[in-house]
Design a protein around this ligand. Structure first.
Ligand SMILES: Cc1ncc(COP(=O)(O)O)c(C=O)c1O
Length: 352
């Protein structure tokens, strides 16, 4: 008999699935990092394969494929969005390329049609690191639904969260059963639970990647209140854009561009400060007014570990600019209008 826990896992998975317009399968995982690791395993990535990832991302995007023994190539990003630039991808792909990973920075869609076109021509698989992508879409199709596999994060920093958690979105029907086995430590547990086999057994490679029930409970609560939080997030994001557009023009700062056809989740509001501006001075100016602005990723090929594995041809100057000059504004649905005024006043008086 199914337990209450089984039912909660099913209903929470169904709720997520419906936000993603019901992919062939979606499974709750211990993290987005682990969902990406599962993707590397499921796509058979191994030694001799190359995987292209954007330089401006978290280490998890890269580690998932390095852990499988692949060689990494770093692609530069588009200055309008911080997302992987298909022109740079074209320069990095070879006949050994097995996978290209698109990260949707701030939940704003990467150029998925261009990447899918290259994927069809050159035969590599597209994986979406949609860590920040829930509630994002392009041309009406949810982020995470474009690649063979997608990975979503429910880390405490995300719009929907359970502390640590994630999801693997399976868009390729052939990967549904292998994905279940991979998440259940290599066992055909799902077939057993469905009554298809009398006892479960070891049928493949896998790990302990299934989300524990305590996290599912937290995720269910977070999903329940998400629609209302999303509404407030959009009010804040739109207010920032309106309040900063003139200032950005006059100072030479860059604000996010939302591509035609894209819906974004109001996850991050970022500003690329002008060349030559001191980010530290801006940070201190804002901190003195009670406003915390934060940087984001480093450019991976320039990091301590990245330097040891980066291909010498993989310079990523735009990613380096994002790493050096980007700030993120506070964006929390509990902020009231007075908080927003304080942020706008601090930023607009930081550089003139
Ligand atoms: C682009 C990207 N990929 C992967 C991750 C990892 O997500 P998680 O913390 O759920 O493992 C993050 C985390 O913020 C991220 O920003």
């Amino acid at each position: 008999m199914p337990s209450d826990s089984d039912e909660l896992r099913r209903s929470t998975t169904r709720a997520l699935s419906s936000l993603l317009d019901d992919p062939p399968a979606v499974a709750l995982t211990t993290s987005c990092t682990h969902a990406l690791e599962a993707a590397g395993l499921l796509l058979g990535v191994g030694p001799g394969h190359e995987v292209v990832v954007p330089a401006f991302t978290l280490s998890s995007t890269a580690n998932a494929f390095l852990l499988r023994g692949a060689t990494l190539r770093f692609a530069d990003v588009d200055p309008a969005t911080g997302n992987i630039d298909p022109n740079s991808v074209a320069e990095r792909t070879t006949d050994r390329t097995a996978v290209v990973v698109a990260v949707h920075y701030a939940g704003v869609a990467a150029d998925l049609p261009a990447l899918l076109e290259q994927s069809r021509t050159l035969g590599w698989g597209l994986v979406e690191d949609a860590a920040q992508g829930l509630y994002g879409s392009l041309d009406g199709r949810a982020l995470g639904r474009w690649g063979r596999l997608g990975a979503i994060s429910f880390h405490r920093t995300k719009n929907v969260s359970c502390g640590e958690g994630g999801a693997l979105v399976v868009n390729d029907p052939e990967l549904i059963t292998p994905a279940d086995v991979a998440l259940d430590k290599g066992n055909d547990r799902v077939a057993f639970d469905a009554g298809v086999v009398a006892a479960y057994q070891w049928t493949g490679l896998g790990s302990a990647w299934r989300m524990p029930i305590e996290s599912v409970e937290r995720l269910a609560v977070s999903l329940d209140g998400a629609a209302e939080r999303q509404r407030r997030r959009h009010v804040i994001w739109d207010r920032y854009l309106e309040g900063l557009t003139d200032w950005a023009h006059s100072t030479g700062s860059t604000l996010p561009t939302i591509p035609d056809g894209a819906e974004h989740p109001a996850h991050i509001f970022w500003i690329l400060l002008p060349e030559g501006a001191s980010r530290e001075a801006v940070r201190e100016h804002c901190a003195a007014r009670g406003v915390e602005v934060t940087q984001h990723y480093a450019s991976l090929p320039t990091t301590t570990y990245g330097r040891t594995i980066a291909h010498p041809d993989d310079a990523c100057p735009v990613a380096e600019q994002f790493a050096a000059r980007l700030i993120r504004l506070p964006l929390d649905p509990t902020m009231d209008d007075g908080d927003l005024d304080r942020v706008l006043e601090a930023v607009t008086t930081s550089t003139r």
